[in-house]
Design a protein around this ligand. Structure first.
Ligand SMILES: *[C@@H]1O[C@H](CO)[C@@H](O)[C@H](O)[C@H]1NC(C)=O
Ligand SMILES: *[C@@H]1O[C@H](CO)[C@@H](O)[C@H](O)[C@H]1NC(C)=O
Ligand SMILES: *[C@@H]1O[C@H](CO)[C@@H](O)[C@H](O)[C@H]1NC(C)=O
Length: 545
């Protein structure tokens, strides 16, 4: 055999191996996830949902919606003379859901949380701000607890927001403070807690993008690796140095329809990558309504099938457009630990607003950012039977499933019509939880619970199959409402050596994100992933050294 022959064949063999790897990813992509009904009656339709570090889930509706379907604990009632509907109300408008037993416990919330915003703080407290009517300036906190705990909401009796915030977006910052951006006819941002004498700051992007139907509520806010904020409203976006109140860049407008409320598109910061030094950041924006759909609900204009992604750290940023196989308004985008993006819930016609949408999207999509471009990036998933239109949510759980809750396209709880108020809770299991992948699923057996920036640490795990393509991914728990998960981010950490200890046990050396711009100080789900198959996460806290 000649050397040339050998060389030729080794090239062929390498090509074959590469295509097998690709095929494998592809084959797995073809395997779709499945829905499961967890609970028939959560008592409330969850408009705002957040998963805590105790694996419990805080669900919130609004208070001025009349009676819910669950009573407050111990025969308690709420007397609020400012409530527009029920001044004496013995029902709950927030619950704590416990996955596993799939039970709920009523929580008590006093002022109106309608279309409010939120974020987890460094110590795991859920901060929640604003709302409507008497809730517009309110700051509330919940220090989460395990399923057997008695934690509940506490309203801040001293501090309040500077500006009234209804439909604002919150984001935790590298210094642990929270920025609250925008809201209905509020073209400012402010910080919690604020420094002495600090006011709110005018943000021109918000007044510039406020069209005849608004389309700039719940702006998409992503913290970039350089510590600045990428802010998207309607079709436009900027890079903001919030410390100096300086706009550093203006990005080209995203082609197509408006994307923010009431048009109901969604956005994620695509996974940040430690292997490449977290240098690049990409933003993905998908779906939304046609301009004018909100003002003409009877026309039931078709929703958008377009997505745009942009490398926002690029010197010459531009949008790359892609088409979803199913058009969608009010789709929730969820970062999966496999670094794919789930696009779930919503409708194909109309816009956000009570009774403004039809043709529910029963089939989720999985967007695979690492797949070759074109239609193969989207994998159509099998359908649910439960429509989730306006005021529905989707959140990643630490076991790798996605919790699906809410949907209420009525002013009050209404159990008639095409889209009755939805109290059922489902879980969507991604393909990696299919039983066929069980041998590949890694299980963490040991990991630090607190991680300092830039530190090197070990994660021990068990895996029945010899691990290949191991990833250790940190995923934040977002505050999800109105088709956008505030504060959602994923970091694929840089890896060092992996040692085999025998008996299917391994130790992976991991290098923590270098600073709080990459991973603001928070609790994260640390997911072990092997060849796209995610195992159950453990919660770790990122702390300054
Ligand atoms: C609330 O109001 C009802 C009557 O509307 C009254 O009986 C009850 O004592 C009040 N509860 C509290 C906690 O003030
Ligand atoms: C929904 O939108 C599609 C696409 O624009 C359109 O063809 C269809 O007629 C609309 N459906 C309804 C019920 O209006
Ligand atoms: C990680 O594990 C490897 C292999 O067992 C070991 O050599 C190394 O010292 C450990 N590193 C740390 C930071 O614990």
């Amino acid at each position: 055999m000649s050397l040339a022959y050998l060389k030729f064949h080794s090239v062929l063999w390498l090509t074959y191996c590469a295509s097998v790897t690709m095929e494998w990813r592809w084959a797995s992509a073809q395997v779709v996830g499945s829905y499961k009904l967890l609970l028939n009656n959560a008592g409330i339709a969850s408009m705002h949902t957040a998963v805590t570090r105790f694996n419990t889930v805080i669900m919130l509706d609004r208070t001025n919606i009349g009676p819910s379907q669950i009573n407050l604990a111990n025969g308690k009632c709420r007397n609020n003379s400012l409530d527009l509907v029920l001044k004496h109300d013995c029902t709950a408008h927030s619950v704590m859901f416990s996955p596993g037993p799939d039970t709920v416990r009523p929580l008590s919330i006093f002022t109106d949380t309608w279309c409010s915003s939120g974020q987890f703080l460094s110590d795991g407290t859920l901060l929640q701000t604003g709302g409507d009517f008497e809730g517009k300036f309110k700051i509330r906190r919940l220090s989460p607890c395990s399923p057997s705990g008695t934690c509940d909401w506490v309203e801040d009796s001293k501090a309040s927001l500077i500006d009234p915030r209804w439909y604002a977006t919150n984001q935790i910052l590298p210094d642990g403070r929270v920025i609250v951006v925008g809201g209905r006819e509020v073209f400012t941002y402010e910080f919690i807690p604020r420094q002495a004498g600090e006011g709110s700051f005018f943000l021109k992007l918000l007044s510039d993008t406020n069209d005849f139907e608004n389309d700039n509520y719940y702006p998409f806010v992503h913290l970039l690796p350089d510590g600045n904020l990428y802010i998207f409203a309607n079709r436009d976006s900027i890079l903001l140095d919030y410390r100096k109140n300086v706009i550093l860049r203006k990005y080209p407008p995203l082609p197509g329809n408006p994307r923010n409320y009431p048009s109901g598109g969604s956005s994620v910061l695509l996974p940040l990558d430690g292997a490449s030094g977290y240098r690049s950041a990409e933003v993905l924006v998908c779906g939304g309504a046609q301009l004018g759909a909100f003002r003409n609900p009877s026309k039931q204009l078709g929703c958008s099938d377009s997505c745009g992604w942009m490398t926002v750290t690029s010197q010459r940023p531009s949008w790359t457009m892609e088409s979803m196989p199913i058009r969608r308004c009010m789709g929730d985008m969820v970062l999966l630990p496999s670094r794919d993006v789930l696009i779930v819930n919503g409708a194909q016609n109309g816009s956000q607003g009570w009774g403004y949408a039809t043709q529910p999207c029963l089939r989720p999509l999985v967007y695979r950012p690492t797949a070759p471009s074109g239609s193969t990036r989207f994998v159509v998933q099998s359908a649910t039977t439960i429509a989730r239109v306006y005021h529905s949510t989707a959140n990643l759980l630490p076991d790798g499933r996605v919790l699906i809750a809410g949907s209420n396209t009525h002013q009050f709880y209404t159990f008639t019509g095409e889209f009755p108020t939805e109290l059922r809770v489902e879980a969507w299991s991604p393909y990696y939880l299919n039983v066929a992948y069980l041998p590949k699923r890694p299980t963490i057996t040991r990991s630090p619970r607190r991680i300092t920036y830039g530190s090197v640490f070990n994660v021990s795990f068990f895996c029945a199959r010899t691990p290949t393509s191991v990833e250790m991914n940190l995923v934040s728990a977002g505050f999800t409402t109105h088709s956008y998960s505030q504060g959602q981010r994923l970091m694929r950490m840089k890896l060092g050596r992996m040692a085999a200890l025998g008996s299917n046990r391994y130790v992976q050396t991991v290098i923590a994100p270098p600073n709080a711009n990459i991973a603001p100080p928070q609790y994260y789900m640390l997911f072990p992933v092997m060849s796209g198959v995610a195992g159950r996460a453990v919660w770790v806290q990122m702390i300054p050294s």
